[in-house]
Design a protein around this ligand. Structure first.
Ligand code: HEC
Length: 121
């Protein structure tokens, strides 16, 4: 019986590593929003629409791409251009932070331009 259970557990769990790519941490958009407002809004806008034309918009971007880009800055794989501005920002983020931020910026909420909420909390 125990052997059978072990076999069943293996059959159920075995495919999981295939799905659990390191870019697929579940992100919490609410936690991401909070972090975005604290850290990212001064350059990328509260809702991911950049305040300066030279800075990229993040609103509506795909979550896996956002995580990929943040990791690339953190790991020093993105250099040149304005990457020097972005690298210290990404360096402070955990993988969970990245997933949360990606979940927020890829959500419909971040697409709704609402810059007036800036000081409102
Ligand atoms: C000091 C201003 C500044 C702050 C603060 C900042 N960024 Fe950036 N960010 C930039 C600039 C400038 C770029 C473009 C860098 C380049 O040329 O590679 C960028 C690029 C990015 C990119 C890549 C976009 C793309 O299309 O490839 C992502 C993702 C990103 N930032 C996310 C964030 C997040 C999340 C935060 C908050 C934790 C943050 N940024 C905070 C200035 C900033």
């Amino acid at each position: 019986m125990r052997k059978l259970l072990a076999c069943m557990a293996f059959a159920i769990l075995a495919p999981m590593p295939l799905l659990a790519d390191d870019d697929t941490l579940d992100g919490d958009p609410e936690a991401g929003k909070q972090k975005a407002q604290e850290v990212c809004a001064s350059c990328h806008g509260l809702d991911g629409n950049a305040l300066v034309a030279e800075y990229p918009d993040l609103a509506g971007q795909n979550a896996p791409y956002l995580v990929y880009a943040l990791k690339a800055y953190k790991n020093g794989l993105r250099t040149g251009g304005n990457a020097g501005l972005m690298r210290p920002q990404a360096a402070n983020l955990s993988e969970q932070d990245m997933a949360n931020l990606a979940a927020y910026y890829s959500s419909p909420e971040s697409l709704q331009t609402n810059q007036t909420a800036a000081g409102g909390g």
